[in-house]
Design a binder for this molecule. Sequence first.
Ligand code: NOJ
Length: 548
Amino acid sequence: MGSAGAEGKMRSRTEEPEVRWWQRGAIYQIYPRSFADSNGDGIGDLRGVTDRLDYLKDGSPDSLGVEAIWLSPFYPSPMADFGYDISDYTGVDPVFGTLNDFDELLAEAHRREIRVVVDWVPNHTSDRHPWFLESREGVDSAKRDWYVWRDARPDGGPPNNWTSSFAAVGSAWTLDEDTGQYYLHSFTSQQPDLNWDNPEVEAAMHDTLRFWLDRGVDGFRMDVINRIAKDPELADNPSSPEPGEPREIHHDQDWPSIHERLRGIRAVLDEYDDRMMVGEVHVYDLGRLVEYIASGDQLHLVHNFVFMYLPWDAAAMRASVDEFEALSGGRAWPAWFLSNHDHSRVVSRFGGGKLGEARARVAAMLLYTLRGTPFIYQGEELGLPDAPIPPDAVVDVDGRDPERAPVPWEPPSRAGPAAGFSTGEPWLPLSPEAERLNAASQSGDSDSLLSLVRRLAWLRRGDQCLQRGEQRSLDAGPGVFAYLRELHGTRMLVLLNFSEQQCRPSTTALPESGLLQASTHRGRDGNPSQLSLSDLVLGPNEGLLLRV
Ligand code: NOJ
């Protein structure tokens, strides 16, 4: 089936939607190298994704019921940063397949009403991209100014004190011996930064968006989008915050020009109907973060790293969620995530082992019931921990291999050592826990995290209140994060016990009773019943969802 037909059908059904597709349910991140390998070379690919779409949505409660997938980069790349170093914005790397494979994936996803969001990496290209090859030819190259080139300081050192985001790289500048100038790279030296102050660059990058929009993609996840606006003076970053400085200044990102640049990008998306842009924005001041989404003509969604970095602490989570809600004042739609391909997985980060697994269940309830869009990273629904990577198997420059280990689909005892991910040698070792933590085993186990996530997704899918109801935090005592969702008189109560002790939530702020919708605890879930909240005891690490 061609993608255009499926897409047209899907869009007409959602004309003037009350809730946009990117608000309704979860957006599921696929890291293609590690999702499913269709050709046995040990590396996941686009056909592998297409083969597994039913797992993500097949119209029944026995699938994850995702609204959309976000595909990490699959474009031609020398893979210095595993695809975040792009040498052609309009193709598919042979390791992942072909453009035809992409079109087929898009059509098959649309047939299941799964939107497709692709990664867009606008801050930098690969050093093998033809633009950079031309740029580095000489100081007079027509594309010299497409990148950020500067003379050395008088002592021969780099032009300023900016450093790469990767600690192992050090300075963000590399000297090009042939032309005697330094070029800027916010990541590895194989990822030169584009110069967005040059309007030709902006126009060329807008065209790369149109290429994928024309093919029918539904949106973009915009890689380190805060970095496409830098101080044109390239002033040094302060080595430590200035006393009394109202906000932390970074000259290499989040410059005020970001907002005009985002408006320009949004205008390109708005040439098409019902598309979405979500930004990866490393800005740790929620007020400034909200400015990226609140005006209605910039990003639709923003990845909130303040939230992602919070410790496992009910009061901290509540404070951060409340602060975001207060700052957005109803103008901005939140997005919530707790893991991706760059960060330690939820189970490992929040305690590891049985404790981490118990908390991962609470985290799933949190993500699906907060007002806002949940982002789920492949394997999060299985409670995968970070995989141990032996020193001789390390491939990433920044220590991110553990969270990128391939997805186990079946028990290795049945499907072989690659657990159904591949018939070959996987590019990274799988979790040693694959025998227990695989999709097939968890599908057949109603107590599994996968089954809980499916239930939460299904509940949210059928419930306007969870999708778009107002949200208000409640005082329920120490260790408990409690909030009410409310829409036209329908109310849902969420009680999340972040502590390892049983607790009686304090009831003054709570309704008298509620009808159980879901619990993270195996004994309680599956027995819908009216619970009195005055004598309710929450189990250790228990989350409850009630209609009240
Ligand atoms: C953020 C991406 O998520 C990460 O994987 C990548 O290394 C950097 N941006 C550079 O593109």
